[in-house]
Design a protein around this ligand. Structure first.
Ligand code: PMT
Length: 401
C-alpha cells in the first residue's frame, strides 16, 4: 500500500512506555510511502534510544531545540513547515498539559506551536491519569483548537492497571494518518450540527430533559469528518467522547444551544439539527431547591426558540437538514416540518420503539426533500449516518450547481 506516497510525517515521541510501539509506527509509515522525521523529548530518550528511530526512518533524530537550530538545513521553523502532518505518539499527560498551555520549553512543544499543519496526538498514560479532570480538560481544549485526538484505547496497562490510556496500536494510527490524506466528498466544507438532549432547569438541582443519548448526532459528526468536512458539534449533555477532529461546543439548555449555534453558523455551509431540543423551558427557575409542600404542583412552561427554524430563516442560510422524531404519521409530520421550517432536507426516525430513535444503537430513516424521498434501512447509527451524509452531499452539490 502506498497510501502515503510523498507525504511528510513529523513524528513526535514523548516519555512513555508506549514509545517502543512508535518504532513499529515509523516502519509502517515508511512502508506506506511516507517520509518520516522523528523528534524526541528529553524524557522519551529515557525509554528508547534515538538511534532506533534513526535506523528506521533513515534520517537523524531531532532531540533538542539548539540541536535543530544548529542544522541550518532544517531549523525548528523549517521542520514545522516541512511536514504535512505532525503526530505526537505517544503523547504523555505532561506533554498534553504543556501543549495546551502553549509551553515551548523543548523542541517538540516548539514545533507544535510553530506548525500551521494539522497536528494529531495519541495519548498514552495510566488510566487514572487519563481520567483526571485536568487531563480531560486539556484534551477537550486541544480538540476545540482542531488538534486531532486519536485514542486512547482501553486495556491492560504496563503498570498493571486496566482501563483507557493505552496508545492506539501502530496499525490503527497508520489508518488514521492515511485517512487525513483521502480526498473527501466534503473537503473544505464547514458542517455545523447539534446533538444530544437539552436540560431545562427547574431549580438548582432539577431539570426537564429527554432520552437523547447523542449517539445519532455523534455518528453524523464522525461520518462527516470521514467525508472530509470541518465539523463543529454543538452538544447537549451526553456521556460520549466527541470524534477526534470535531470541534466540540458543550452546552446544557436550549437557549445555550441556540446561542452557540448562532455564534458558529456564519461560517457554516451545512447545518444539521439532530439534537432533541426541549420545546419548552420553565418560566421561573427557582433560585433555591423547591420544597415539597402540596399534593400537587404545576410548573408554567414557556416556548423555547426553534434553533433549526432560526438558522433556516437566516439571510445567508447554510444547507439546512432537520430531524423529525415521530411516534406516528412519520411522513405527514416530517413533510410538515420540512415546509414550516423551510428546510432543504429532513430525516425522520420512528421513536418510542426498541430499535430506532432515542438511546438505541440502531436507527432507520425516511429522508425527504422538496422533490424526493429515500429510505435508509435499519442499521447501526454510524452506517445510517454515512448514508445520510452521502445523501446530503448529493443534494448539497445539486443545490450549489
Ligand atoms: O441521541 P440519540 O439517542 O441517538 O437519538 C437520536 C434522536 C432520536 C434524538 C435523533 O435522531 C432525532 O430525531 N433528533 C431530533 C429530535 C427532535 O427533537 O425532533 P423534533 O421533531 O421535536 O424536532 C424537529 C427538528 O427541529 C429537529 O431537527 C430538532 O433538532 C429541531 N428543533 C426542535 C425544537 C427546537 N426548539 N429547536 C430545534 O432546532
Amino acid at each position: 500500500m502506498q497510501a502515503l506516497g510523498n507525504k511528510k510525517i513529523l513524528l513526535g515521541i514523548t516519555g512513555g512506555i508506549a514509545a517502543y510501539k512508535s518504532a513499529e509506527l515509523v516502519r509502517l509509515l515508511i512502508k506506506a510511502g511516507a517520509e518520516v522525521r522523528v523528534v524526541m523529548t528529553p524524557s522519551a530518550q529515557e525509554f528508547v534510544q534515538p538511534l532506533t528511530y534513526q535506523a528506521l526512518s533513515g534520517h537523524r533524530v531531532y532531540v533538542d531545540l539548539f540541536d535543530a537550530e544548529a542544522d541550518s538545513a532544517m531549523d525548528h521553523i523549517e521542520l514545522a513547515r516541512w511536514c504535512d502532518l505532525l503526530l505526537v505518539a505517544p503523547a504523555s499527560a505532561d506533554f498534553l498539559g504543556k501543549m495546551n498551555a502553549g509551553y515551548a520549553d523543548n523542541l517538540l512543544l516548539t514545533l507544535c506551536l510553530a506548525s500551521k499543519r494539522p497536528v494529531a496526538v495519541a495519548p498514552a498514560m495510566n488510566q487514572q491519569m487519563f481520567a483526571n479532570s485536568a487531563t480531560q480538560e486539556n484534551l477537550k481544549q486541544l480538540a476545540a483548537r482542531d488538534v486531532r485526538v486519536w485514542g486512547p484505547a482501553e486495556g491492560d496497562q504496563a503498570c498493571g492497571d486496566f482501563g483507557p490510556g493505552r496508545m492506539l496500536e501502530p496499525e490503527q494510527l497508520l489508518a488514521n494518518v492515511a485517512l487525513q490524506f483521502v480526498p473527501g466528498k466534503l473537503d473544505g466544507v464547514q458542517l455545523l450540527l447539534t446533538a444530544g438532549p437539552t436540560r431545562e432547569a427547574i431549580d438548582p438541582v432539577r431539570y426537564i430533559s429527554n432520552r437523547s443519548s447523542g449517539k445519532m448526532g455523534y455518528a453524523l459528526a464522525e461520518a462527516a469528518l470521514q467525508a472530509g468536512a470541518r465539523v463543529t458539534l454543538v452538544s447537549g449533555p451526553v456521556s460520549l467522547v466527541a470524534p477526534p477532529g470535531a470541534k466540540l461546543v458543550a452546552v446544557e439548555s436550549a437557549q445555550q444551544m441556540y446561542e452557540a449555534v448562532m455564534q458558529q453558523v456564519a461560517h457554516s455551509d451545512i447545518f444539521i439539527g439532530c439534537a432533541a431540543v426541549s420545546d419548552y423551558r420553565v418560566d421561573q427557575v427557582a433560585t433555591h431547591k423547591l420544597k415539597k409542600s402540596e399534593n400537587s404542583m404545576s410548573l408554567p412552561l414557556i416556548l423555547n426558540v426553534d434553533i433549526l427554524a432560526a438558522v433556516s430563516a437566516l439571510e445567508n442560510k447554510p444547507f439546512c437538514v432537520g430531524f423529525a422524531a415521530e411516534t406516528q404519521n412519520l411522513e405527514k409530520y416530517a413533510l410538515a416540518k420540512l415546509e414550516q421550517k423551510n428546510l432543504d432536507m429532513i430525516a425522520a426516525n420512528p421513536v418510542g420503539n426498541a430499535d430506532s430513535g432515542f438511546e438505541t444503537d440502531t436507527n432507520q430513516l425516511e429522508v425527504f426533500w422538496r422533490d424526493g424521498h429515500h429510505s435508509i434501512e435499519r442499521d447501526n447509527k454510524l452506517a445510517i449516518a454515512k448514508q445520510l451524509i452521502d445523501l446530503i452531499v448529493e443534494r448539497y452539490t445539486c443545490a450549489r450547481s
